[in-house]
Design a protein around this ligand. Structure first.
Ligand code: CA
Length: 238
């Protein structure tokens, strides 16, 4: 039977496997400013909120594969994924970065500036749903400038709300990614699995509904990637 490991950064059989992936394929060519933010994040008491480096490396590749110019991130924390996205976009690209807190972003901002990509970042402090509504209003009825890629990793219980808004903000053929959709694997475990907190159970139940909704949503071609803590990719098809 599967065990719930809330402190682990991987759903793989052992932490040593993800460490192998990171040490062989991620860290050797990780941008020095990304490494700087990763080190800052690892020392932070809320380090579990940081996205996995191998997952972010995958997003960088994906952004280049789809030729992304405009991206939006809901949930910034210290800015590791934000910097990776800014680095992957062309020089005239833009990433709108949304977070309720500016304090964590400020920890990573010097590294983003040092990397020479701060001009691509449009940081907006506020609740994810409210700022996405603001972006929809800015885009106007005519569609305005649509995004090629979106990454949602903020308030888990707002994922349904993010989805409805992001499907209007991301162009057809663009990709919306959601983090933590396997929630430590708990979605496939009994609700009262030892080690899970009351909050874990709430998010687990929410993710069950969210994952079922995405799987049945005919507006997207979806894939739940069993990497990191579960990453759902939705390619908008209509
Ligand atoms: Ca996350």
């Amino acid at each position: 039977m599967a065990t719930y490991r809330p402190d682990s950064h991987t759903l793989l059989k052992a932490d040593s496997i993800v460490e192998y992936v990171q040490e062989t394929t991620v860290y050797p060519r990780e941008h020095e400013c990304l490494r700087e933010i990763r080190n800052i994040t690892q020392k932070h008491p809320l380090s579990f909120m940081g996205s996995s480096p191998e997952q972010i490396q995958f997003f960088s590749l994906l952004l280049k594969m789809i030729g992304a110019r405009n991206a939006v991130e809901v949930g910034v924390f210290t800015g590791y994924s934000l910097l990776a996205t800014a680095l992957a976009l062309p020089d005239d690209g833009r990433v709108v970065a949304i977070d309720v807190s500016r304090d964590y972003y400020e920890l990573g901002r010097p590294a983003i500036e040092k990397a020479g990509v701060a001009h691509k970042v449009d940081f907006r402090q506020g609740d994810g749903l409210a700022v996405l509504d603001q972006l929809l209003a800015e885009a106007g009825d005519g569609g305005g400038k649509l995004f090629d890629f979106a990454y949602a990793d903020a308030n888990k219980e707002q994922y349904h709300g993010y989805h409805e808004r992001l499907l209007r903000l991301v162009r057809v053929g663009g990709v919306v990614a959601y983090d933590n959709t396997l929630w430590g694997g708990s979605v496939a475990m009994p609700r009262d699995t030892p080690g899970s907190s009351a909050y874990d159970r709430v998010v687990r139940d929410y993710m069950l509904g969210f994952n079922a909704m995405v799987a049945a949503d005919d507006r997207v071609e979806a894939c739940l990637l069993p990497a990191a803590d579960g990453v759902t990719l939705c390619r908008r098809i209509k």
